[in-house]
Design a protein around this ligand. Structure first.
Ligand code: NAD
Length: 490
C-alpha cells in the first residue's frame, strides 16, 4: 500500500549540535539546510559546526575519556548500555526509517527492512564484544611475567558519507564504544538528521555526556578541523578516495591513526555455467540497490560471450520494469539520488558513455524533473578503457563487458586501482574458489551480491581503503596493545 511522502512540517527531531550531552547552536550561529532529494524541498536547517565547535566537542570527548564515567565503567556495563541502544533503535524503527528516507531519498522498504535492522544488529553485536576484548600472557624467556593490555585509542573522529548515513555511523560507533573510546561523529552534510537522532538515542540509552558528540558540518571546515586536531587520536573515514588522500595528508601533521573505507568499481563476473536467472536478479540488485549509491556496487558486469546476448535481453527487460519513484512508497525499488549536483554528475557519465561509443540499452533519462531521479541505466558493448568502465559513477549505471574465459577475465577484473568487492557466478565449485583467491578485493561474493553481516569483515584492497569495518577485525582499529613486563623473584 502506498503512502505519501511525510509532510515537511512534521519533522521535529534535533537540529542542533550534540556536544557534551547538550544540544547547542554552533559558536558561529551558522545553520545550513538539508533537503528531501525526492522533492528538492528543504526539510529543515541544522547547526553548522566549524573549528570552534570541534574544539568544544573534542574537549568534551577527552574529558569523558580520561575522567569517566565511560572509561571507569565495567566492560559488561558498557555492553549493557550498547544493548539498550540497539533495543531503542528497533523500538524507533519506523521513525528512523522515515527520517533516513526523507533525508537520503532511499526506498522506505530498504530503510525499514535493511538499514535500521542492520544498525541495531551492529550495535548489538559490538555490545556482545564489550567484555570479550582482552590481552594475553606471553611466555617470554627470563624471570619475567609479560602480558598485554588491549586499550582503547582515545578520542576518535568519525567522518561518514551520505549513502547509508545511519549504518555507516553504526559501523564506526559500535566497535569504538564497545572498546571504551569516545567519539566525535561528523555526518555528511547532505544527511545530518539520522545521526542527530541517533545521538539523542545514545543519551537515552545511558551513554554518558561527552562520549558521543555529533557535529553536522562540511568537510573542508568541520571535517578538516577534526583531522588536524592535535587531541584527536584517530580518524575513521568513509567517503571518496580523493577525500581520503586529503585526509591522509592533513593527518600527517599529528600522525593520527587512520582507517579508510573508500570507493569501488567492483567487477561482477557471470560465467556461462551459472544459474543465469539467479545471476540476472543478483546483477540487477548488485548495481541498482540504493540507486547505485553503494560503495561495493557491481558496476562492471563481465558476461561470458556464449551467454552474452541471452543474458543481456533478460537483464535489460527486467531493469526496464523496476519501479523508480516516491521513496516513501513501499513498492518503490529505486529512489532519488542524493542531490542535484550528484544527479548532474551521474547524467554527465551517461553522456560520456554515449560519446565513448557504448550502446545505451535502457534508461539514461529521468522519470520526472521533480526530485533527483534517474532510471536504471545499462550500457552494452563497454570496453575496459572507457571512462564508464574505470570511474566510480555512484549511481544506477551499469557497464556490461564481454569476456572469453577465466584466464582472460581475471586480470581485466583486477585492472583497477579499486579493490572493494567482486562477485562470481558459476556452478563450478572449483572455479568459484579459484576466482575468490585471484580477485583482488576485500569481499568476494559467489552466486550472490551485496550480502553484508555485522559478523564478517568489510573493507578494501588497494585504493578502496585499509582497516576493516565489522566483525572481530574492526576491534583492531579501535584498540592498541600495551606490553607489560614484571620482574619476578628468582
Ligand atoms: P566525500 O569524500 O565527499 O565525503 C565523505 C565525508 O567526508 C563527508 O562527511 C564530508 O563532509 C567529509 N569530507 C569532505 N572533505 C573533507 C575533508 N577535506 N576533510 C575531512 N572530511 C571531509 O564522499 P561522499 O561523496 O559523501 O561519498 C561517496 C563516496 O564514499 C564514494 O566514493 C563511495 O564509494 C564511498 N563509500 C565507501 C564506503 C565503504 O564502506 N568503503 C561506504 C559508503 C561510501
Amino acid at each position: 500500500m502506498a503512502t505519501a511522502i511525510k509532510p515537511l512540517s512534521t519533522y521535529n527531531g534535533p537540529t542542533q549540535l550534540l556536544i557534551d550531552g547538550q544540544w547547542r547552536e554552533a559558536v558561529s550561529g551558522k545553520r545550513f539546510n538539508t533537503l528531501n532529494p525526492a522533492t528538492g524541498e528543504i526539510i529543515t536547517s541544522v547547526a553548522e559546526a566549524d573549528k570552534a565547535d570541534v574544539d568544544l566537542a573534542v574537549k568534551a570527548a577527552r574529558k569523558a575519556f580520561e575522567e569517566g564515567p565511560w572509561s571507569k565503567m565495567t566492560a559488561t556495563d558498557r555492553g549493557r548500555v550498547l544493548s539498550k541502544l540497539a533495543d531503542l533503535i528497533m523500538e524507533h524503527r519506523d521513525e528512523l526509517a522515515e527520517l533516513e528516507t526523507m533525508d537520503n531519498g532511499k526506498p522506505i522498504s530498504d530503510s525499514r527492512n535493511v538499514d535500521v535492522p542492520l544498525v541495531a544488529d551492529c550495535i548489538e553485536y559490538y555490545a556482545g564484544w564489550a567484555n570479550k576484548v582482552h590481552g594475553e600472557t606471553i611466555p617470554v624467556p627470563g624471570p619475567f611475567l609479560n602480558y598485554t593490555l588491549r586499550e582503547p585509542i582515545g578520542v576518535v573522529g568519525q567522518i561518514v558519507a551520505w549513502n547509508f548515513p545511519m549504518l555507516l555511523a553504526a559501523w564506526k560507533l559500535g566497535p569504538a564504544l564497545a572498546t571504551g573510546n569516545t567519539v566525535v561523529l561528523k555526518p555528511a552534510e547532505q544527511t545530518p538528521l539520522s545521526a542527530l537522532r541517533l545521538g539523542e538515542l545514545c543519551l537515552e540509552a545511558g551513554i554518558p555526556p561527552g562520549v558521543v558528540n555529533v557535529l553536522p558540518g562540511f568537510g573542508p571546515t568541520a571535517g578538516s578541523a577534526l583531522v588536524t586536531h592535535p587531541d584527536v587520536d584517530k580518524i575513521a573515514f568513509t567517503g571518496e578516495y580523493l577525500t581520503g588522500q586529503t585526509i591522509m595528508r592533513e593527518a600527517a601533521g599529528t600522525l593520527k591513526r587512520i582507517s579508510f573505507e573508500l570507493g569501488g568499481k567492483s567487477p561482477n563476473i557471470v560465467f556461462a555455467d551459472a544459474d543465469l536467472d539467479a545471476a540476472v536478479a543478483g546483477s540487477l540488485m548488485g548495481i541498482f540497490w540504493n540507486q547505485g549509491e553503494v560503495c561495493c556496487a557491481g558496476s562492471r558486469l563481465f558476461l561470458q560471450e556464449s551467454v552474452y546476448d541471452q543474458f543481456m535481453d533478460k537483464l535489460v527487460g527486467q531493469a526496464g520494469k523496476m519501479k523508480v519513484g516516491d521513496p516513501m512508497d513501499p513498492s518503490t525499488q529505486i529512489g532519488a539520488l542524493i542531490s542535484e549536483d550528484h544527479l548532474n554528475k551521474v547524467l554527465r557519465y551517461i553522456d560520456i558513455g554515449k560519446a565513448e561509443g557504448a550502446k545505451l540499452r535502457t534508461g539514461g533519462d529521468q522519470p520526472t524533473k521533480r526530485g533527483y531521479f534517474v532510471n536504471p541505466t545499462i550500457f552494452d558493448g563497454v570496453n575496459d578503457s572507457m571512462k564508464i568502465a574505470r570511474e566510480e559513477i555512484f549511481g544506477p549505471v551499469l557497464s556490461v563487458i564481454r569476456f572469453k574465459d577465466m584466464d582472460e577475465v581475471v586480470p581485466r577484473a583486477n585492472n583497477t586501482f579499486y579493490g572493494l568487492a567482486a562477485a562470481v557466478w558459476t556452478r563450478d565449485v572449483g572455479k568459484a574458489h579459484a576466482m575468490a583467491r585471484k580477485l583482488k578485493a576485500g569481499t568476494v561474493w559467489v552466486n550472490t551480491y551485496n550480502v553484508i553481516s555485522s559478523l564478517s569483515p568489510f573493507g578494501g584492497y588497494k585504493m578502496s581503503g585499509f582497516g576493516r569495518e565489522l566483525g572481530v577485525h574492526a576491534l583492531e582499529s579501535y584498540t592498541q596493545v600495551k606490553s607489560v613486563w614484571v620482574s619476578l623473584p628468582n
